[in-house]
Design a protein around this ligand. Structure first.
Ligand code: PMT
Length: 208
């Protein structure tokens, strides 16, 4: 069985020295890749710019921007049975990216942005019998918003995390998540290592 997972942030260049991004370190997505490989899955990991070693046995594709991540997912998706979207994809990118460093005086006070595609929604028509798992980064109780994303993105499972809760979300080694299923079932897990969260996620995949 083949698992495709995205991890980390995307980075949206303004010029060769400046970019827009977010606080994702890739730890959660890399833990999913590692747990899947340890459970015997053939794993392809599409990684944004992160400082993490590739888990043993995992095939890694490095990308920088959301558009590059989308292109990699479109290329890798046909070969996968399960797609786990753990990346924190930048929702917006600068309208133009300068090939040379912008002078401070030339920048003005306004940065014009255009929306990035939603990767999960874009590849939805290719889903077929594949299982799609998303993550929901919320600030506050991760329930109604996560349930909306589960529905709107046509997912088989969404892993909601409150990224403002102590020990959860970005950069830390632990996470506190709730699994939400399309039939309305919810499973709230205690604070666990990201490795344990990933193992529990992989255990649930055959039941989706
Ligand atoms: O990397 P770490 O430091 O370990 O942090 C882990 C994490 C907080 C990044 C991770 O647990 C997490 O929550 N990942 C999803 C972050 C996110 O983008 O959430 P969202 O609620 O904005 O997006 C919902 C889903 O849509 C996600 O599966 C996301 O990958 C996907 N998405 C979002 C935007 C976009 N343009 N395309 C997408 O496919």
């Amino acid at each position: 069985m083949n698992l495709l997972v995205t991890a980390g942030p995307t980075r949206e260049p303004i010029d060769p020295v400046r970019f827009l991004s977010n606080r994702s370190t890739g730890k959660m997505g890399f833990a999913v890749a590692q747990a899947a490989a340890e459970a015997g899955w053939a794993v392809t990991l599409v990684a944004g710019p992160v400082a993490l070693p590739t888990p043993p046995g995992v095939r890694r594709v490095d990308v920088t921007t959301a558009l590059e991540m989308l292109a990699a997912v479109e290329r890798e998706l046909p070969a996968c049975d399960v797609f786990v979207s753990a990346a924190a994809v930048a929702d917006w990118r600068p309208e133009a990216s300068s090939p040379v460093k912008l002078k401070k005086a030339a920048m003005g006070g306004t940065l014009r942005l255009v929306p990035n595609p939603d990767i999960l929604k874009t590849v939805r028509p290719l889903k077929g019998a594949r299982r799609f798992v998303g993550f929901a980064a919320e600030t506050g109780e991760p329930t109604a918003e996560a349930a909306r994303k589960l529905r709107e993105k046509g997912l088989d499972l969404i892993v909601a995390n409150d990224v403002t809760a102590p020990g959860a979300g970005f950069a830390v080694e632990t996470n506190r998540v709730t699994f939400l299923f399309p039939d309305g079932r919810r499973e709230a897990l205690p604070l666990l290592s990201k490795r344990e969260v990933a193992q529990k996620l992989i255990e649930r995949l055959p039941c989706l």
